[in-house]
Design a protein around this ligand. Structure first.
Ligand SMILES: [Ca+2]
Length: 539
């Protein structure tokens, strides 16, 4: 029996019981009965509720953590920005070559099917920190500050005795570079930062330009911080890279990489006849292949075949910035080796979501297409698998799984960390027959970037159903058989033989939204695809 306390939206305590382990409890399992979604405090809540655990052993384990503090692993979480799942060579792609990122997976666990619950920077980062969807943590767009009192896994680690640091792009709250709760050391900047000579602010002190290339500046800071830690206290660090976010500016060392590689528009860019009309409306915009391409094209829209040269240079530069990230991962690996901490550290490499590089005529992310929602994810930790016996996991894992998984590996309570689930056992090779076989993807229309409708999608292991609700002009839905059509080329939504499947997936999407507490499903009004450029200071 799993017993614990939780808070509802009005900060009232509830007492819950489950007969099976659940990462997100059903309100009916809680007393007094609540009809509202329960919002959990993660371990911040779990620590006081340890007293509610079932037996003396459980109480003690929860109160102190199941693992003795001295044996808890350190955490290194390297988070890139907009890196596609296939922009690591471990995915089987030749470009860009990322031997250092690959090594993390080749000595650990490679999650081949990892996904973002929302493919947008700030909401996804908040989900990575909290383990909950955007409607629960509240950061629904790129312009919302992360609520300071929200439980996160770094905060839980800090309360359990970890030293904690955040270095680099935080990007929740556009103009805020002050320290956030949960971190003993906090080095960040306002907004997106610059590839060269970003103005950083460390621990809320004086703002100052740190000269150099962003990727290496944050690596230097991380290296210094890790080398300054003592071996008798566990620590955790997140390194938030700017790369490979637009506008792509490579360092001098890589400015000519891929120069001779030809990169045509993907074939899918010209297969739009069975797609919703908004695909075609998006083509000449800020997020379409005939638009400015993050300033790589000066004259636009450009539908000429020769216009592909600007597209090629954009993609090459995207990859170039990833080469520097790979060097950074190699350096941090070396830092851990030098300090004797490599095998006592959980080394996680992931991205907040992916990006479209011309597929379906699109650039940017936000949509439910595979290049947008899938993320690279590798984890090295001998507590999961020995470096000599690497493992590939095919189960679907989500950005909301990081919080419970990290707490689980740290030996801290996880059963109240909301929507996500710990993949620790799965990563250890224990397949879980009850593991998810589908998940809900969510994106909300932004009037500042009116090039993507509201998106609600159900992604199963073999199929994807996408609908675009609350639109002034309704959009056609989509159905793809991913097992046979991984490129999402043939929209089966109108095929008579799939009517029952569409109805079932539509109903399952509703069911999962309700289970996530997102019902009624509140979202902005989609006023259609705009043709204007976004405001210059938010691009
Ligand atoms: Ca991002």
């Amino acid at each position: 029996m799993y017993r614990y306390a939780a808070l509802d939206l009005n900060a009232r305590w509830f007492y819950c019981e489950h007969t099976i382990a659940m990462s997100f409890p059903h309100p009916r399992a809680c007393r007094p009965a609540s009809t509202v979604l329960l919002v959990f405090l993660g371990v911040a809540g779990a620590l006081p509720l340890a007293a509610c655990s079932s037996g003396p052993e459980n109480s003690q384990a929860a109160a102190t953590g199941a693992t003795a503090p001295s044996s808890r692993p350190n955490i290194v979480f390297v988070l890139t920005d907009d890196q596609r799942w296939d922009a690591i060579s471990l995915a089987g792609t030749a470009t860009p070559a990322t031997p250092n990122i690959d090594r993390i997976g080749r000595e650990g666990v490679y999650f081949r099917n990892a996904f973002a619950t929302t493919a947008l920077c700030s909401p996804s980062r908040a989900s990575i920190l909290t383990g909950v969807y955007a409607h629960t943590h509240g950061v629904k767009d790129n312009f919302t500050e992360f609520p300071a009192d929200t439980p996160t896994w770094p905060l839980a680690l800090q309360r359990a005795g970890y030293e904690t640091a955040y270095i680099g792009k935080y990007h929740m709250g556009e103009d805020n570079d002050l320290p956030r709760p949960g971190f003993d050391y906090f080095a960040t900047h306002k907004g997106q930062g610059q590839y060269f000579d970003t103005t950083f602010r460390i621990n809320g002190g004086e703002s100052r330009v740190i000269p150099g290339y962003y990727t290496h500046v944050v690596t230097d800071l991380a290296d210094q911080w890790i080398r300054g830690r003592s071996a008798d206290r566990p620590w955790s660090i997140m390194v938030g890279h700017k790369a490979p976010h637009s506008f792509y500016l490579p360092e001098d060392k890589y400015k000519d990489a891929f120069r001779d590689m030809q990169i045509p528009y993907p074939a899918s860019a010209f297969m739009l006849d069975d797609k919703p009309a908004w695909y075609r409306d998006r083509l000449p915009t800020w997020h379409g292949i005939y638009g400015p391409l993050f300033d790589y094209r000066k004259q636009f829209p450009d539908r000429t075949p020769a216009g592909v040269t600007a597209f090629e240079e954009m993609v090459r530069s995207y990859w170039r910035t990833i080469l520097s990230v790979d060097d950074s991962v190699g350096r941090l690996y070396q830092t851990l080796q030098d300090t004797g901490q490599l095998d006592n550290t959980v080394f996680i490499f992931a991205s907040d979501h992916g990006i479209l590089n011309g597929e379906h005529g699109m650039i940017d992310k936000r949509t439910a297409h595979e290049p947008s929602i899938r993320i690279p994810l590798v984890v090295r930790y001998p507590g999961l698998t020995q470096p000599s016996a690497p493992r590939t996991v095919d189960r679907m894992v989500l950005t909301t799984d990081f919080a419970p998984s990290i707490l689980d590996m740290a030996g801290l309570p996880t059963e109240v960390t909301a929507h996500g689930r710990s993949w620790k056992a799965v990563a250890q090779g224990q397949d879980d027959p009850d593991w998810r076989e589908s998940y809900v993807y969510v994106y909300n229309y932004e009037k500042q970037f009116p090039y993507t409708p509201n998106v609600r999608a159900l992604r199963t292991e073999d199929w994807k159903y996408v609908r675009y609700p609350n639109a002034v002009t309704p959009h056609k839905a989509e159905l793809y058989h991913l097992a046979e059509d991984p490129g999402e080329l043939v929209n089966l939504i109108d095929a008579p033989q799939h009517r029952a499947r569409v109805a079932a997936m539509h109903a399952e999407l509703d069911r999962q939204l309700k289970a996530l507490g997102s019902w009624p499903d509140v979202m902005p009004l989609d006023e259609g695809i705009g043709q204007q450029l976004p405001d210059a200071n938010i691009r």
